[in-house]
Design a protein around this ligand. Sequence first.
Ligand SMILES: Cc1cc2nc3c(=O)[nH]c(=O)nc-3n(C[C@H](O)[C@H](O)[C@H](O)COP(=O)(O)O)c2cc1C
Length: 183
Amino acid sequence: MNVIETPEKSAATKPLVVVSSRTGNTRTVAYAVRDALPGAELVAAEAMPESLSQYDPVILGFWCDCGRAPADMKRAAAKLAGKRVACFATLGGEPDTPRAKDWMMRTSSDLIGDDRGNVLAGTFLCRGRIDPKLSQSMPVTPERAQRWSAAETHPNRMDLIAAAAYFAERFARSTSGSATETA
Ligand SMILES: Cc1cc2nc3c(=O)[nH]c(=O)nc-3n(C[C@H](O)[C@H](O)[C@H](O)COP(=O)(O)O)c2cc1C
C-alpha cells in the first residue's frame, strides 16, 4: 500500500548522514548507511547544511585520527542542537576491544556535547584499511605489522552489511512515520 505523507511530515523525518573521510573507508560505510535509510541524504562534514530543521536523525561518520575525531567532524558536530545523533567510525585497530569501544563512546559523547540538547541514539564501529603513507612513515613493529595487515581488507562486505542493518534497525522504520523508535 502506498502512503502519501504530508510535506511537513516528510520534511521532518529525513535522516542526514554527515561524513568525514580522508582515504575513503568511512565514505564507503556512509554510502551503505545512507542506502539503508529511505530518503536519507549524505553530505561531507565541511558541506553540512546551514539549516538542519528538516533532518532527524543526524548520523555522523568519522575516522580515528590519532585517537581523536577529525577536525572537520568536530566543526560540523558543534552545529548540532536538539537532535537525535548517531555515530559510526572506522579505525585501524581492532574494533571489538574494550579500548576501542570506550574510545567510540567517549568520542561520540564529546561530539554531541552535553549542553546542546542532543541525544546519542547509537554507535557503530568497524575497521578501516590504514593509509600506506602512514604505515610507511612509522617503524614496523611485529604488533603494528599484524594490525595493519588485519585492517587491509576493511571495510569489507560484512562490515557494510552490519552497518546498514544496525542503522536500519534503529531508524529506517521510524522515518516512515509508522513505527516507534527503538534506540
Ligand atoms: C593520520 C592518521 C592517524 C590515524 N590514527 C589512528 C589511531 O590513532 N588509531 C587507529 O586505530 N587508527 C588510526 N588511523 C587509521 C584510520 O583511522 C583508518 O585507516 C580509517 O579507516 C581511515 O578512514 P578514511 O579512509 O575514511 O579516512 C589513522 C590514520 C591516519 C591517516
